[in-house]
Design a protein around this ligand. Structure first.
Ligand code: PAF
Length: 298
């Protein structure tokens, strides 16, 4: 496994591997997993998928300052370079790109990638500027790594929708591959931020996956339930927890993230075989957790 601290090194390592592996089947297909480090089983599942499908696997670890708001957790975002490199090695990564902030942003930045519309809702509404930071850094990383496929977890479903729109709008020659949410055995969606939770907060946070599961079952089994009833039932379940502070619970179409008619049942959407997303963000103390369920109405 090669570790690149600079853009020049990353490009050289990847170019070398592309030439070396050109003959083999999928040998010079580059699979890319961009991360902010503090890697867990969710990241490992993305790396495994990339390893299965691509001859060259590149991982980036970069805590991107421009996607954090002024009062967010940039300064305390968990980091663990040694453990991350050990996990990367175990998962058979070929190149780890581990740049510094100065390497990625060497001068005052005057270019921002903004995806409109999709970023006005959900986390985009609660974290102004967040998706500009994500789209900007991911397009920089795509220019550096030049991946054929890039793998992202569906826990950040809005991020996936935003990046899918970006690559189409900007004719980027990369396939965005969404991968399923990985959960602990008790249902908690894996997140680097789970480490902030106290034992009590962690136990109460189980209400998130539980309420999404129950709502999904209700949507799948009931023909006349409305989006408003679903959102209300999830809110009520979460509000039982004294430690939970709801940022949002929303149900939208997916991947367009367009509003639904909240008073109407879902039968019109069922006819068109559309998908919906039921998404939530909830704070436990200062830790903000997100989770979602994408439900096909076919
Ligand atoms: O999902 C993340 O970890 C980040 O938003 C990403 C895609 C690595 C961009 O910094």
């Amino acid at each position: 496994m090669r570790i690149a601290a600079t853009i020049k090194e990353a490009r050289a390592f990847i170019a070398e591997l592309r030439t070396e592996r050109a003959g083999a089947e999928s040998g010079n297909v580059v699979g890319f997993v961009p991360t902010m480090g503090y890697l867990h089983e969710g990241h490992a599942s993305l790396l495994r998928r990339a390893r299965q499908e691509c001859g060259i696997v590149v991982l980036s670890i970069f805590v991107n300052p421009i996607q954090f708001g002024p009062n967010e957790d940039l300064d305390r975002y968990p980091r663990s370079e040694e453990a991350d490199l050990a996990l990367a090695e175990r998962e058979g990564v070929d190149v780890v790109f581990l740049p510094s902030v100065e390497e990625m942003y060497p001068q005052e930045r005057r270019t921002t990638v903004t995806v409109t519309g999709l970023t006005d809702v959900l986390c985009g509404a609660s974290r102004p500027g967040h998706f500009d930071g994500v789209a900007t850094v991911v397009s920089k990383l795509f220019h550096i790594i030049k991946p054929d496929r890039a793998f992202f977890g569906a826990k950040d479903a809005q991020q996936v929708a935003v990046l899918q729109q970006m690559v189409v709008d900007l004719n980027m020659d990369v396939e965005i591959v969404p991968c399923p949410i990985v959960r602990e055995a008790d249902g908690l969606a894996l997140s680097s931020r789970n480490v902030y939770l106290s034992a009590e907060q962690r136990s109460e946070a189980l209400v998130l996956s539980r309420s999404l599961r129950e709502a999904t079952a209700r949507i799948e089994s009931s023909t006349d339930v409305t989006p408003r009833q679903i959102v209300e039932s999830v809110r009520q379940a979460i509000e039982v927890s004294p430690l939970a502070e709801i940022d949002y619970v929303q149900m939208l179409s997916f991947p367009a993230l367009a509003p639904l008619k909240h008073e109407e049942d879902l039968s019109e959407l069922r006819k068109s075989g559309a998908s919906v997303i039921l998404a939530l963000a909830v704070k436990f103390g200062s830790t903000r957790l997100i989770d979602n369920a994408i439900i096909s109405l076919k």
